[in-house]
Design a binder for this molecule. Structure first.
Ligand code: KIV
Ligand code: ZN
Length: 504
C-alpha cells in the first residue's frame, strides 16, 4: 500500500512564527519527539540565517539517526555550503534549495528574469548535488506562478538531479480545487516528473492549508510539508496532526497507509507549545483541549452508549490518556522507569536520578499522579543544557493590605547569590524584579505571562509560561510545579537562561 511522506518543518518554518526563538537544545528535544512519531523528514533550520540556527541544525543532524534531516538554503553557493557544513554528519542528510518563481517575486523581490531564475535554480541544485544525492528544490510562491514556467523549471532541476520538487503556496492564496488541478497539470507538463517526488507546502492564510494539501495528495503529491500545531509564518503551515489524522481516519477514502506513530501526537503537540510559548486554542482540531469533549447532553448520552455516535477518532489513538492515574506515593524507581520506557523515554542515570527526586517530591504533595503530571515534570528535564542560573530558594509575602515582597536565592556556577527582598505591584512582579536584580538583567520586557493547571483538581500541578523580550528578541520559559510562585520564577529564569545560552 502506498503512503505519504511527512516532511516536518516545525523547526524551520514553524520557528519563523512571530516571537518564537528555540535554542538548539529545544530543537533537539522536539526533533527526538518527531523521530518517535516516525515522520520521514525533519527540516531543522536555515543555517545561513544565524549562528544559532546553524548550531541547531548541526545538533539535530548529529543526533537524529532514523529520520532524514533537511536544511534550507537559497540557490547560491554560500547558503548551500553553510547548509552542508551543518548537515554533513547526519545519517540521512537532505539539502533543500529554493528560489521564487512567481511574476510578483521576480519583479519586486529578485529583480530577475525567468531565464535568470531558471539558471540559478539549476546551478543551486547542481551545487547541492555535489554534497548529497538527496536534494529537494522548492519554487517559492509556486501557487501564483504560471504552470508552463513551473513545469519548465521543474524539468530542468530534475535533470540537474533534484529528487523532490516542492510546490509551495507561500502566501496561502490558492483554494483546494485549484491546487489539486495545479498538481495534476505539473504532472502532465513535466516530462521527467516520474524521476522525482512531488511535495506540497501550504500556508494557512485563508485557513485552507490542510484542505489544499489533501487536494494535492488526491492529485498525485506524495510528500506533505507540515508543522506541529500548524505553527509557522503568519497564519502558519498545514498542521501535522491534522494531515496525519485525516489520512489515518479516512483511510477508507484515501487508500493510503499511515506509517507515522499517531500515539505520539499529543506529547509532541504539548512539547512544541511549551517550548514555543504558542498556546493551542481549545477548539483546535485533534490537539485542542476540547477536541474530545462533549458538551451537549444528547452527545454525552450518545458517546456513553456508543463512542462512535459522536466521535470519529479515539483519543487514545493520539496518545491522549492524560487523566489516567498511573503512579503514586509508593511507586519506586522501577515503576517510574517502566512508565518512561513504555513511552520510549530513556533518561541517562543522572537525569533519571533528578527526575525521580522530583517525582517523589510531587508524590509527597499530590496523592495520585497521572500521565499528564509525569509528562509535565519530564518537560522540565528534557532540555539538556547548562542552565546559567538555578532557583535555590523562594519566599513570597503577599496579602490584602500588604506590600508584596519576594526573597529569592539563585545558584550560578555552584555559587549561591542571595537577594535582598524586592517589592512589586503584586507577588509575581516582586519575584521578577528580584530576579532582574540578582541576574543584573534589568532591561527585560515581559511580553506575556500565563498560568494554567496541568490536570483537574485543586492539587494539580501549575504551569507557568513566560515570553520576555531581551535585546530585541523574544525568549520563552515554561515550568510546572505544585507551587505557582516557584513555577513562575523558574519559567522566568528559563527565559533568561535561554537568552544567555543562545547568545554565549
Ligand atoms: O513558504 C515557502 O515558500 C517556504 C519555502 C522556503 C519552502 O517556506
Ligand atoms: Zn513556508
Amino acid at each position: 500500500m502506498a503512503s505519504i511522506k511527512i516532511f516536518d518543518t516545525t523547526l524551520r518554518d514553524g520557528e519563523q512564527s512571530p516571537g518564537v526563538t528555540l535554542i538548539p537544545e529545544e530543537k533537539l528535544a522536539i526533533a527526538k519527539q518527531l523521530e518517535k512519531m516516525k515522520v520521514n523528514v525533519i527540516e531543522a533550520g536555515f543555517p545561513i540565517s544565524s549562528d544559532g540556527d546553524f548550531n541547531a541544525v548541526k545538533m539535530v543532524a548529529e543526533n537524529i539517526h532514523d529520520v532524514e534531516v533537511a536544511a534550507l538554503a537559497r540557490c547560491n553557493k554560500k547558503d548551500i555550503d553553510r547548509a552542508w557544513e551543518a548537515l554533513k554528519d547526519a545519517a540521512k542528510p537532505r539539502i533543500h534549495v529554493f528560489i521564487a518563481t512567481s511574476p510578483i517575486h521576480l519583479e519586486h523581490k529578485l529583480k530577475m528574469s525567468q531565464e535568470e531564475v531558471l539558471k540559478k535554480a539549476v546551478e543551486g541544485v547542481k551545487h547541492a548535488k555535489q554534497y548529497t544525492d538527496n536534494v529537494e528544490f522548492s519554487a517559492e510562491d509556486a501557487a501564483r506562478t504560471d504552470v508552463e514556467f513551473l513545469a519548465e523549471v521543474f524539468e530542468a532541476v530534475i535533470d540537474a538531479g533534484a529528487k523532490v520538487i516542492n510546490v509551495p503556496d507561500t502566501v496561502g492564496y490558492i483554494v483546494p480545487t485549484e491546487y489539486g488541478k495545479l498538481i495534476k497539470e505539473i504532472r502532465e507538463k513535466t516530462p521527467n516528473i516520474d524521476q522525482a517526488e512531488i511535495s506540497v507546502h501550504c500556508h494557512n492564510d485563508l485557513g485552507l492549508a490542510v484542505a489544499n494539501s489533501l487536494a494535492a495528495v488526491e492529485n498525485g503529491a506524495t510528500q506533505v510539508e507540515v508543522s506541529v500545531n500548524g505553527i509557522g509564518e503568519r497564519a502558519g503551515n498545514a498542521a501535522l496532526e491534522e494531515i496525519v489524522m485525516a489520512l489515518y481516519t479516512r483511510q477508507d477514502y484515501y487508500d493510503l497507509d499511515v506509517t507515522q506513530n499517531t500515539k505520539q501526537i499529543s506529547r509532541l503537540s504539548k512539547l512544541v507549545s511549551n517550548s514555543t510559548g504558542m498556546c493551542i486554542q481549545p477548539n483546535k482540531a485533534i490537539v485542542g483541549a476540547n477536541a474530545f469533549s462533549h458538551e451537549a447532553g444528547i452527545h454525552q448520552d450518545g458517546v456513553i452508549k456508543e463512542r462512535t455516535t459522536y466521535e470519529i477518532m479515539d483519543a487514545k489513538t493520539i496518545g491522549l490518556d492524560h487523566n489516567k492515574l498511573v503512579l503514586g506515593k509508593h511507586s519506586g524507581r522501577h515503576a517510574l522507569r517502566d512508565f518512561l520506557e513504555k513511552y520510549d523515554y530513556r533518561l541517562d542515570e543522572e537525569t533519571f536520578k533528578s527526575f525521580f527526586k522530583r517525582f517523589k517530591d510531587l508524590a509527597d504533595k499530590k496523592k495520585n499522579i497521572s500521565n499528564a503530571d509525569i509528562f509535565a515534570l519530564l518537560d522540565n528535564e528534557l532540555y539538556d543544557y547548562d542552565k546559567i542560573y538555578e532557583l535555590e530558594y523562594i519566599s513570597v509575602l503577599t496579602g490584602k493590605g500588604l506590600l508584596p515582597t519576594a526573597t529569592v536565592r539563585l545558584k550560578k556556577d555552584d555559587k549561591i547569590i542571595q537577594s535582598a527582598a524586592c517589592n512589586g505591584d503584586g507577588p509575581v512582579d516582586a519575584i521578577f524584579q528580584t530576579i532582574d536584580e540578582l541576574t543584573g538583567m534589568e532591561d527585560i520586557k515581559l511580553i506575556s505571562y500565563k498560568i494554567d493547571a496541568v490536570t483537574e483538581g485543586k492539587d494539580a500541578l501549575g504551569e507557568a509560561f513566560i515570553a520576555a523580550e531581551i535585546d530585541g528578541k523574544i525568549y520563552t520559559g515554561h515550568c510546572s510545579e505544585t507551587d505557582i510562585t516557584e513555577a513562575s520564577a523558574i519559567a522566568y529564569l528559563n527565559a533568561i537562561n535561554k537568552y544567555l545560552v543562545y547568545n554565549s
